[in-house]
Design a protein around this ligand. Structure first.
Ligand code: NAD
Ligand code: UD1
Length: 320
């Protein structure tokens, strides 16, 4: 990897952010983490000790941001209210964090000479357009406040590039999974919830008929996409899908996790969630051709590795 001298990772105590921090540190990069610990945890980064600088604070705090971005070459903006259904329940709060917070991160970056900002966008921006797989140039039809907020972030990134010359790259992650994904809330990612249920021998709930599909990508592959986005010249000013192109239905996902866990339980079916997308699968031709990115981890092996983490009492999700 080309070296990054100093990076700020917003949301760096969270699931994806903490894996990114690990890789940056392993590559000899100086790392600052800004996180308000609303859904992230100190224990995700505690093992790094004083090899990183951790600042507990909020991305909406412009004064604080101006201090922490000073001297940073790259900003990886991961902090967000992440749940689609939570944004449906409380659109004002998710708007404040996901929209205003993102503008504050971009503004502090351009004022303080940051070279490039990598934005965690989402496949949610595609919404319910029935054409599959999703390519970056398709029409965007957000279905939830969260999706609108991620799309707004992309527009801001583009405008900051044109107005202020700030390099930005937007990565539309599909559904990310792996160790450290926190299963403790009903708004957590579905694989973390299913792993928790399987490990505890509890019955899972499926929203809808379970026929909705997702493209799940392993967290370490998402980290590699971020590092390419930060270091490749060809990435500047662009939007990329980050997925695998492989799709699975949610009911089949439960059966697969149940099989790997040696539990056989029929799920309970509840009505579909408002704002939920039915189908989602990525076309990753653009990022493959432009940045040479390919996912390394297959879904089944990724689930086996993740399950091992959930079962390991010395790692695993901590009880609150
Ligand atoms: P996460 O909840 O584990 O991480 C988000 C982090 O941001 C947490 O550590 C949280 O404490 C922090 N945070 C939230 N609000 C903050 C604020 N106001 N100020 C400072 N810190 C704040 O979730 P994640 O899955 O790691 O998501 C990381 C990013 O990736 C998010 O931007 C999310 O929208 C995006 N994303 C995630 C997925 C996925 O499947 N997990 C898919 C697409 C996009
Ligand atoms: C997820 C991410 C979102 C990201 C998007 C990209 C989380 C919490 N959300 O949203 O940040 O932008 O991917 O595609 O990481 N489901 C059940 N039972 C459960 C939980 C979920 O049936 O107990 C269903 C949901 O209704 C949905 C699917 O599983 O149909 C996936 O849900 P979820 O993991 O919350 O992800 P997304 O909503 O796709």
């Amino acid at each position: 990897m080309k070296k990054i001298s100093h990076a700020l990772v917003t949301g760096g105590a969270g699931f994806i952010g903490s894996h990114l921090v690990d890789e940056l540190v392993a590559n000899g990069c100086r790392v600052t983490v800004l996180d308000n610990l609303s859904t992230g945890h100190r224990h995700n980064i505690d093992h790094l000790g004083d090899r990183i600088e951790f600042i507990e604070g909020d991305i909406r705090d412009a004064g604080l941001l101006n201090q922490v971005v000073k001297g940073c070459e790259v900003v990886f903006h991961q902090a967000a209210v992440v749940s689609v259904s939570l944004s449906v329940r409380d659109p004002s709060h998710s708007c404040e964090v996901n929209d205003l917070g993102t503008v504050r991160v971009l503004d502090a970056s351009r004022r303080n000479g940051v070279r490039r900002v990598i934005m965690a966008s989402s496949s949610a921006v595609y919404g319910d357009d029935p054409r599959m797989p999703k390519t970056e140039d398709m029409a965007l039809k957000p279905l939830s406040p969260y999706a609108v907020q991620k799309l707004t972030g992309e527009f801001y990134a583009s405008v900051f590039g044109e107005l202020y010359g700030l390099e930005t790259v937007c990565l539309r992650y599909f559904n990310v999974f792996g160790p450290r994904q926190d299963p403790s809330s009903p708004y957590s990612g579905v694989i973390s919830i299913f792993m928790n249920k399987a490990t505890a021998g509890e019955v899972p709930t499926i929203f809808g008929d379970g026929g909705q599909s997702r493209d799940f990508i392993y967290v370490k592959d998402v980290v590699r996409a971020n590092l390419l986005a930060a270091t490749e010249t060809a990435a500047a000013g662009r939007v990329f899908n980050v997925g695998t192109g492989v799709v699975i239905r949610i009911l089949d996902l439960w059966k697969l996790i149940g099989g790997l866990s040696n539990v056989q339980m029929d799920p309970v079916f509840d009505p579909p969630r408002a704002g939920d997308i039915r189908e989602s699968v990525s076309d990753i031709g653009r990022i493959r051709q432009s940045l040479g990115f390919r996912p390394h981890m297959a879904l089944r092996q990724g689930l086996i590795d993740t399950l091992a983490w959930y079962r390991n009492p010395s790692q695993g999700p901590r009880k609150k």
